[in-house]
Design a binder for this molecule. Structure first.
Ligand code: KG4
Ligand code: ZN
Length: 348
């Protein structure tokens, strides 16, 4: 009997222990989850410091770092969860979107592990993982709710109707918000990754620089970060040309305000228009303290509950892959051993 036929005959267990692997960018991560929400361990090795001097992630370096780190991270996750390999009921893995070479390390490892253990292999979309991280923050939370997705590759407002039904209300027409943070950081001379460094500098500045309103006159749920980013770059270059000293902290604060305020406004507007009582969020930019503060404050004013994942579950991790993996496990969405990595997964 083939691997997949054998796997499909197995009973689905409510309290399944899932081992999840994430390797889509510069983090090699492994997490172990029991049932829907009991996170037993979540381990991350980052190759970020190796990329700093290049100003962004170098795919070749990331792939090599994943190869070196993956066994160590998996062993650490098992040890910290106090779980033996023979207790694992399924292996979940990010198969896309991401850097192909990086994804392939995780996918190959997960395939070999699932085959050796004779357990299901669950393919997980990275973006769906970011959205599912919220179930680990609140074990009572259930759809429907509005979810704000804000990462380095995506910006969208999504009506999450059930665990597997999503309606994208709007998204970015050009750059993602995280990408804009990273580009503004570069023009301010801050190192990669830009987001946390812009946030730190913004704490010392004032929201004093006027930046253009995004998609002025357009009421929908779309975003455009390219204009905002260009306005910041032009402001800095203009000052330099006129030999005016740039107050970098003010630039960081003004940009952060403009970038974040629109995300919050549109998320809350979507909740009101759709009659949803909860707004959640996911993705690296949701680690931003100002975004978290503004979203919580605005929701409170409107009588909406804001549920945010802890910061460490916003940036890339494997716990979120395990959370989405569990949802797919219950549906029996298992892959065969020909599972491949995909650079861009359709939504996702
Ligand atoms: O979700 P993520 O870790 O990876 C992707 O799937 O893209 O998001 C990474 C993005 C980067 O652009 C990074 O600069 C941004 O999230 N980011 C932040 C913060 N922490 C990470 N942006 C603003 N403030 C932060 N504290
Ligand atoms: Zn991500």
């Amino acid at each position: 009997m083939s691997y997949i036929d054998d796997i499909k005959k197995r009973p689905i267990k409510e309290d399944a222990i899932i081992l999840a692997i994430e390797s889509s960018c510069d983090e090699t991560a492994c997490a172990i989850l029991r049932g829907r929400t009991e996170l037993l361990s979540s381990e991350i090795e980052s190759s970020m410091t190796e990329h700093i001097k290049f100003g962004g992630v170098v795919p070749e370096i990331a792939s090599r770092a994943h190869t070196a780190a993956i066994s160590i991270v998996v062993e650490r996750a098992l040890k910290n969860a106090n779980v033996q390999l023979n207790q694992i009921d399924a292996v979940a893995v990010t198969y896309g979107s991401g850097l192909l070479g990086a994804l392939l390390v995780g996918v190959s490892y997960a395939k070999a592990l699932a085959y050796a253990l004779k357990v299901p292999l669950i393919p997980v979309s990275h973006i769906r993982g970011h959205l599912a991280a919220i179930y680990l923050a609140d074990d009572k939370l259930q759809p429907p709710f509005i979810s704000l997705l804000a990462s380095g590759g995506h910006t969208a407002i999504i009506d999450v109707k059930s665990y597997s039904e999503f309606e994208i209300l709007g998204g970015t027409l050009d750059d993602a918000v995280g990408e804009a943070f990273d580009k503004v950081a570069r023009v301010l001379g801050l190192s990669y990754p830009g987001g946390p460094n812009v946030e730190r500098l913004a704490l010392e500045g004032a929201n004093s620089i006027e930046l253009p309103k995004m998609l002025k006159g357009k009421e929908g749920y779309d975003f455009s970060y390219s204009g905002l980013k260009t306005a910041v770059i032009n402001y800095v270059h203009n000052c330099e040309q006129k030999a005016i000293e740039v107050n970098k902290a003010d630039v960081a604060r003004s940009f952060q305000h403009a970038a974040v305020e629109v995300l919050v406004k549109k998320s809350v507007k979507a909740a009101i228009e759709r009659g949803r009582t909860v707004v959640t969020a996911g993705g690296g930019v949701v680690a931003n303290g100002y975004l978290r503060f503004l979203l919580e404050k605005t929701c409170e004013k409107k009588g909406i509950r804001a549920v945010l994942p802890p910061k460490k579950l916003c940036t890339d991790n494997a716990a979120m892959i395990a959370a989405e993996g569990y949802i797919q496990y219950l549906k029996g969405n298992f892959a065969d051993l020909d599972l491949n990595a995909v650079a861009r997964v359709k939504f996702e």
